[in-house]
Design a protein around this ligand. Structure first.
Ligand code: MRU
Ligand code: ZN
Length: 234
């Protein structure tokens, strides 16, 4: 299905700030200030019905403009729009793994908290944290609810590869092995977080980042992020 130039332009042109092409630009500017998408790394993709919006590869993500967006048809994976002289994000196969799981948006951050949490869990296949209020912002699909304050949240960690696209198989395996997860950490690299909608993906990415920072700081203080509540605390 090839679209005319006009039809392609219409897919990235809107006065609605919530249109995916506009939102990707706005959110990347926000994420840049958080240190999530600096130095061209990281990014976000949004799915609107059968259209998946993807940013170009290797560009400053905080300077994106709506007309820079690639558009993929889902599930045919045919490109409907490919801006000239640009390549789609190397994260595309990873974003697609999240869409295959039913996501409406997927965020990839290079947050240093995500990187550090993989380093304090040296040799481990997952990161765990419990008894923390912000866990309640993370959905638990098997229960149809969110995690509870006393639950243990477990996020898989996969090993980094030299090229982003080569992470696809291990990310897909982690999603299969941890059916309740909505995030996958990549050692020495960052994290992928997805949600049913762009807003859920965003708030969940914020909760995860908070929990990663908390876990790093707790570990520095000799506290176990997944440990029980100390009776002397209260
Ligand atoms: C600082 S380069 C980082 C990239 O290799 C990659 O990890 C990344 O997250 C962004 O890939 P990109 O293809 O620019 O969207
Ligand atoms: Zn990356």
């Amino acid at each position: 299905m090839s679209l005319t130039e006009e039809e392609q332009t219409a897919l990235v042109t809107s006065d609605d700030p919530h249109h995916p092409a506009n939102l990707i630009c706005e959110l990347c500017r926000n994420f840049y200030t958080l240190g999530w998408v600096t130095g061209t790394g990281g990014g976000i993709s949004i799915k609107k019905e059968e259209h998946i919006y993807i940013a170009p590869s290797g560009v400053q993500k905080e300077r994106l403009e709506p007309h820079n967006m690639f558009i993929l048809n889902y599930p045919s994976l045919e490109y409907l729009r490919q801006p000239t002289n640009l390549k789609p994000s190397a994260c595309t196969p990873l974003f697609l793994a999240a869409y295959d799981k039913g996501a409406g948006a997927c965020i990839h951050t290079h947050s240093q908290w995500a990187v550090l949490v993989t380093l304090i869990n040296k040799g481990k296949k997952s990161f765990k944290i419990a008894n923390t209020e912000m866990i309640k912002g993370i959905p638990r699909p098997s229960t149809g609810k969110y995690y509870g304050y006393h639950d243990t949240l477990e996020i898989p960690i996969i090993e980094n590869t030299a090229h982003e696209e080569d992470l696809r198989d291990s990310l897909a395996k982690a999603i299969k092995d941890y059916p309740d997860t909505s995030a996958v950490l990549v050692r020495r690299h960052g994290v992928y977080v997805w949600g049913d909608t762009v807003w859920k993906a965003k708030t969940q990415a914020e909760c995860y980042d908070y929990l990663f920072q908390l876990a790093v700081e707790m570990t520095k203080l000799g506290l176990d992020p997944a440990g029980p509540i100390d009776p002397l605390e209260e």
